[in-house]
Write a protein that binds this ligand. Structure first.
Ligand SMILES: [Zn+2]
Length: 117
């Protein structure tokens, strides 16, 4: 079990209701505990594949067409989480083993990609 560690001084809020209490990598999953007594478990591979950044998901132009950058080849390193930084009290920014770190996962998004829910 690796404790990723979040700055305990940071005010992490999900709306005005849910706060992030704890964040750990357990095996190959990211485990997040919220203060409404729920937990979110997301396998790291799914987390990386759902990376919301423009390079991974593409950008939609005014005509509604999605433009993607060149495919980023995913390797074993791509699914290794190096660390997670809190972002502005509403999200998390993972840093991956292959150096990718542009995806910001809002708490709302994170809770929605929990494959258990
Ligand atoms: Zn990305």
């Amino acid at each position: 079990m690796i404790n990723v560690g979040i700055d305990s001084g940071a005010t992490l809020r999900y709306g005005r209701v849910v706060r992030l209490i704890d964040l750990q990598i357990i095996g190959t999953e990211l485990a997040v505990r919220w203060d409404d007594k729920t937990e979110t478990f997301v396998p790291l591979e799914i987390l990386r594949r759902r990376c919301p950044c423009a390079a991974c998901q593409g950008e939609t132009d005014v005509m509604g067409q999605v433009h993607r950058g060149p495919d980023i080849p995913l390797t074993e390193e791509s699914f290794r989480l190096v660390r997670v930084s809190p972002v502005g009290g509403y999200g998390l920014q993972p840093v991956w083993g292959d150096g990718h770190s542009t995806g910001i996962f809002s708490f709302d998004y994170l809770r929605r990609i929990d494959p258990q829910s």
